[in-house]
Write a protein that binds this ligand. Sequence first.
Ligand SMILES: [Zn+2]
Length: 390
Amino acid sequence: MPEHPLLSDSIHLLEQLVAHPVLGGQSNLSIAHFIGNFLEQAGIDYQYVTNEDGNKKAIHCRIGPAVDGGVILSGHTDVVPTEGQDWHTDPFQLTAQGDLLYGRGATDMKGFIACCLAALPKMKIASLAKPIYFAFSYDEEIGCLSGPIVAKAIREHYEERPAFAIIGEPTSMNLANAEKGMGVFETTIYSRAGHSSQIRTGASAIQEAAKLILWLEEKIEALIADGHTDDRFSPPHSTLQAGICHGGLAPNIVADQCHIQWDLRIIPKDDWQEILQDFLDYCQEREQICQTKVPEFRIETVPQYPFVPALDTSPVSSVVEFTRPLVNEPSLTSVAFASEAGQFAAEGFEAVLCGPGHVDQCHIANEFIEKEQLSKCLHFMDQLIEQLSS
Ligand SMILES: [Zn+2]
């Protein structure tokens, strides 16, 4: 594919976006204001959606006519941390080496935002029959926290209704119509401390945690055995796993507390609430057994954030039909990561994922994006503008 004439514009924008080291969970005002100023200079009306503390802003805007239909282009402004990673360049200074551009967020997913902004002047002068919306969120990397907020803001702010959402997460510019859902839970086991020799008359919070962790592992097997599989994904089933476990004071003390943080990633046809309920039922069973020895024994489970729904857009949906001609590779893929796509779909916008960069570049040291991927994304924007123009 030939180099796109806007490639150097997009690289210049990417350089500026990468220079805002906004991690998930942190204030994103600097990058939000940078994008806001850019839109303002382009003469585009835009809206901030500010969080309660006033330190984070999502942005949305519309380019083109105030009519029903059109497409939302969605991206997130935050990135994952770089601490402890072996970076060979400054992660927050975009560094070109040949065809590769190194920097945190180059792929996930400031490359896509840079292409949206670089294509904006073209969008503005095109005779769009249907509008293009931008939707840029914050705190995506810590649980897609503002996806539902910005999707709802778009639905409520504009009288007219966009039809589709394209989430520009890295898919190597292929079209993805399915992704797994995701939730993270913290489970705490409260028991009573005692001398280790008295374990038979007490209940170790750590040993009870071990039973719960084994339950998570066995649940995967049970789901597979019950036919809960979906070959579009790797692995082709839902997963549960404990990633953090803390507890205990000393080897000779029966542990009075233990915390587990575990995640659940579901294929679209599985019901996360049902799986969680099965887990809670097992916790209750263990509580009843342990309370015969330690009356105050209890297990509490709280979600870390609202569940991020899976995406399962039909291969014959209008959004797939619309987006297919915009990409080179018409076959559909699915992605293993969670994104805001399911959240936009839940708000009534048919959603797919398509963005520059390769997923194996995400979240690692020396993250880069190929210039060619940016070029492909800019060609995609051209096609999009053309398809929406009268
Ligand atoms: Zn991302």
